[in-house]
Design a protein around this ligand. Structure first.
Ligand code: HOZ
Length: 426
């Protein structure tokens, strides 16, 4: 049979670097040929060969209602028919801003942008403008988009500034960023003791989802809140992935921490390009045109994207939505854990709300170093065996997984059965 995925991948590589518009899609980490998808419906996606998969990527998080939810599609169609973009204010943007500020008590004001990268880049500029300081703390393995200050790896010692981990990032910029270990509040305390008066912001994924999933120790998040308050630094929760994904009030609601600024993306656009940053009024008032910190965008608050996002946010407000999503995510992880134990495979799975981590390691990791102890070759074998069996997980051992409301109990059971078959012959 002709493999259309392979044909398209070869064609794509002629004019698209690596054949993809975002590197992880190229399957370099797991090997093999990327799936080119033709359509999606509910919990399933269909590739160009006509093969159907149960989808645990969900466009990397946004599709909390599953693919092509009829109410989201209707909202998009209705909005698109009225015009795709105006580059001027629309009423729907106010509705979105009002809703976000109602759902998140930490948010007094919010600005809409197009991508998570834009949201985090702007939040950091704002924190620096507000505090008049330059230093930023981030955590190893947390990803906050691809802006220059954030593509930084740890320096040679705990309290040394970072180095670029991408070509094209000036070392001068990386030198304003301190990279510390996730979940290590002692390190953060030492960094504040050393540099407290220079620290503009701490940015953190309150549940890390870009090094696989790493859950926070609640005391870790609390210590970030306390130290930022003590030192006049801005606490930024990057909830691009966790926002309205781990609970109805995001991770900040789940762990009862009020950040100064929050970045959102993914779910708030329901599959369309939409993101946001927002928080305390006195900080947000520093943004142009009210204040001196510049940020702008032709397609910011795009009406079609806002319509998709609003339809999604309204549907996930329904009573019991997150209870059900969490129940299914828990069931998936419990089932996978049980079959791994029964078959003696060093594996564990961990749920948080509607996201999960899969680790080829007996215990849940707590930081990047422990993530690196997972057996990557075992993950790659598992990934391909599951893909062959029609279950699509993220094509990398360093990404989180996502369950949607469209996944049925039967879907989850089917995935656990497929894993059981694989682990039996492991
Ligand atoms: N930012 C995603 C990885 N955590 C990748 C998104 C994509 O390739 O679409």
């Amino acid at each position: 049979m002709t493999d259309r995925n392979q044909q398209l991948f070869e064609r794509a590589q002629r004019h698209i670097p690596g054949g993809v518009n975002s590197p992880v899609r190229a399957f370099r980490s797991v090997g093999g040929t990327p799936c080119f998808f033709a359509s999606g419906s509910g919990s399933r996606v269909m590739d160009v060969n006509g093969k159907s998969y149960l989808d645990y990527v969900g466009s990397w998080g946004p599709l909390i209602l599953g693919h092509a939810h009829p109410e989201v599609i209707a909202a998009v169609q209705e909005s698109a028919a009225k015009g795709l973009s105006f580059g001027a204010p629309t009423e729907l943007e106010i509705e979105m801003a009002d809703l976000l500020c109602k759902l998140l008590p930490s948010m007094d004001m919010v600005r809409l942008v197009n991508s998570g990268t834009e949201a985090t880049m702007s939040a950091i500029r704002l924190a620096r403008g507000y505090t008049g300081r330059d230093v930023l703390i981030k955590f190893e393995g947390c990803y906050h988009g691809h802006s220059d200050s954030l593509l930084v790896k740890a320096g040679s010692g705990l309290l040394t500034f970072g180095n670029p981990n991408s070509g094209g990032v000036p070392a001068d910029l990386a030198q304003h960023t301190l990279v510390l270990d996730y979940n290590d509040d002692i390190q953060v305390e030492r960094a504040f003791a050393h540099y407290g008066e220079r620290i503009a912001a701490v940015i953190v994924e309150p549940v890390a989802g870009n090094m696989n999933l790493v859950a926070p120790r609640p005391e870790f998040l609390q210590s970030l809140r306390t130290l930022c308050t003590q030192h006049g630094s801005v606490l930024i929760f990057d909830e691009v992935m966790t926002g309205f994904r781990v609970g109805p009030a995001c991770a900040q609601g789940l762990y009862s921490i009020r950040p100064d600024l929050t970045t959102l993306g993914k779910v708030i656009g329901g599959g369309m390009p939409l993101a946001a940053f927002g928080g305390k009024r006195e900080i947000m008032e520093q943004i142009a045109p009210l204040g001196p910190v510049y940020q702008a965008g032709t397609l910011s608050g795009n009406p079609v994207a806002v319509a998709a996002g609003l339809a999604t946010l309204k549907l996930i407000q329904k009573p019991g939505f997150f209870v059900d999503l969490e129940r299914k995510t828990d069931a998936l992880c419990e089932g996978l854990n049980a079959t791994a134990v029964n078959n003696g495979v060093a594996f564990s799975a961990q749920p948080v709300g509607g996201m999960f981590g899969l680790y080829f390691r007996a215990h849940w990791p707590r930081n990047f170093k422990e993530i690196m102890q997972c057996n990557k070759e075992a993950f790659n074998r598992f990934f391909h065996a599951m893909l062959d069996a029609g279950h699509y997980f993220a094509p990398s051992a360093y990404e989180a997984g996502f369950v949607s409301a469209a996944h049925s109990d039967a879907d989850i059971a089917e995935t656990i059965d497929a894993a059981e078959t694989i682990f039996k012959n492991w």
